[in-house]
Design a protein around this ligand. Structure first.
Ligand SMILES: Nc1ncnc2c1ncn2[C@@H]1O[C@H](COP(=O)(O)OP(=O)(O)OP(=O)(O)O)[C@@H](O)[C@H]1O
Ligand SMILES: [Mg+2]
Length: 464
């Protein structure tokens, strides 16, 4: 039985804990959604929140303790004076028209007193919004005098009016507001807001300067990723940002150097091999004509074709600079090329045509896709679409397409699906690999899918 209770209790606790953690996860997500996403806004928030909290606490303590107490003391003193005047009024009825009383009030206490015929007090006036004075005066009057009274702390701003109903008259007293009320609080608030806005302005200016180098680094990294240059990028700002910038620059030079090395090596290889192949062709030509020689000549031709294809793949887009290119025109050229080779091709383009790409490389990328479509299909449709973030070019055809499970495979160099089908057409299986390489060097990619025309749809998307 105890074991049963224990396990029930444990289950309850576990359940409760799960619920709390779920709620806290939800709360955390909600909080995360609410928070600003930018570093700038976050940093500002980090400054503003503690400042507001600090100032609120200070203001609250000040109001609550200091201001309240002072106001209470001050109105207490005023009410004490009024009570004394009432005592004089009662104790010295021989002072017929109350000149002495008035004189004492005016000269010694700074209060203007007169007497109204006894009648009902006016209805209570509107309470001021910030009714600290009203409140503390009322409390003091009822405590010290204990007679019906009426006060007006709103009416004439620098003067407070108090009426007290006596047995045979209504005593009206005008007191200086400053005598009853600690009025320096406005100044306090003014200073508080003033200094915090100065702090805020300083923080905004400083923060902007701190965040600028981070943004610059992000921009430089982004444009390097898209295969563009960031010529005027220099490490700046705080030490950590500078370190990150330096690391980025080093990485960039390392990558560039390795590309350069690859290009140089390829140039050497291609030169050497081409020389040998040329020599070979020459020797074949000297031997004369026979069926064997004809076969060898074909092999050599094929070999040099493959060599060229391989070299252009390995070379990538090295050395070419990105520059503004008219995409609409480039697509139009592809279409007319395809048409010249006897294929029905259409082209459409939406959006601003000028895009920053490496012109020759990007054209080669698209030309590879179009030549694939031309090899496998009759009708080709090229569409370009450019919005504020991406340039998307799709090449559709009505050919056999590529089965779903092969759509990643075909990007591998030297992989051909139709090896057996059309060996003589001499594809090397590098077209898609090169095209993807180029798209990626622009920070984009190529995907394959089904075309509404029935064949393959190849989609190139690069950021603009
Ligand atoms: N539009 C297409 N329709 C059907 N199959 C395609 C299409 N495009 C490519 N393929 C298939 O993908 C394979 C790889 O294409 P890839 O362009 O890489 O090489 P290739 O065209 O054979 O040779 P290369 O482009 O180097 O001359 C092709 O062999 C072909 O089987
Ligand atoms: Mg191809």
């Amino acid at each position: 039985m105890t074991a049963g209770t224990l396990s029930a209790g444990l289950a309850f606790i576990r359940n409760a804990a799960r619920r709390v953690s779920a709620a806290s996860g939800w709360l955390g997500r909600w909080f995360k959604d609410l928070m600003p996403k930018g570093l700038y806004a976050r940093a500002l928030l980090i400054i503003i929140v503690p400042m507001v909290v600090l100032q609120s606490v200070v203001a609250f303590v000040f109001m609550e303790r200091h201001w309240n107490t002072v106001t209470r003391r001050l109105s207490q003193a005023v009410v004490q004076d009024v009570a004394a005047l009432i005592d004089i009024y009662k104790a010295y009825p021989q002072d017929k028209d109350r000149t002495q009383l008035r004189r004492i009030a005016q000269e010694r206490l700074g209060l203007v007193v007169d007497f109204l015929p006894v009648n009902d007090l006016p209805p209570p006036g509107p309470k001021p919004f910030f009714s600290l004075l009203d409140q503390s005066l009322s409390v003091q009057i009822s405590r010290q005098i204990g007679r019906p009274f009426w006060i007006d702390t709103v009416g004439r701003s620098s003067v407070v009016e108090i009426r007290i109903k006596l047995d045979d008259a209504v005593m009206r007293v005008y007191a200086q507001r400053g005598a009853a009320y600690a009025s320096n609080s406005e100044i306090f608030i003014f200073w508080m807001l003033g200094t915090s806005s100065i702090l805020l302005i300083v923080a905004v200016l400083f923060l902007r300067n701190q965040i600028k180098p981070i943004l610059r680094l992000a921009d430089a990294a982004e444009s390097f990723g898209k295969g563009r240059d960031a010529p005027d990028f220099r490490p700046r700002g705080a030490r950590e940002v500078r370190r990150a910038s330096l690391a980025f620059l080093e990485m960039k030079t390392r990558i560039e150097r390795s590309i350069e090395q690859r290009t140089a090596m390829l140039a050497g290889v291609s030169h050497d091999l081409r020389t040998i192949l040329t020599r070979f062709k020459l020797e074949l030509a000297l031997i004369g004509d026979s069926p064997e020689v004809e076969g060898m000549r074909k092999d050599v031709d094929e070999m040099s074709g493959m060599l060229e294809a391989y070299l252009s793949f390995a070379r990538g887009d090295s050395g070419e600079k990105a520059q503004p290119t008219d995409m609409e025109q480039a697509l139009e050229e592809l279409r007319s090329d395809a048409e010249r080779h006897g294929h029905a091709a259409t082209v459409t383009f939406h959006g601003l045509p000028v895009v920053i790409v490496k012109p020759a490389a990007f054209k080669r990328c698209l030309a590879n896709l179009v030549s694939n479509a031309a090899r496998h299909a009759d009708a080709i449709a090229i569409t370009g679409h450019r919005d504020h973030r991406y340039l998307t070019v799709t090449v559709d055809d009505d050919g056999p397409g590529i089965p779903l499970e092969m759509r990643e495979e075909v990007f591998k160099p030297f992989l051909r699906l139709d090896d057996a089908r059309n060996q003589d057409e001499g594809g090397s299986g590098l077209g898609l690999a090169i095209a993807r390489d180029i798209a990626r060097s622009h920070g984009g990619d190529i995907t394959l899918g089904d075309s509404p025309m029935g064949g393959l749809r190849a989609t190139v998307r690069v950021p603009v």
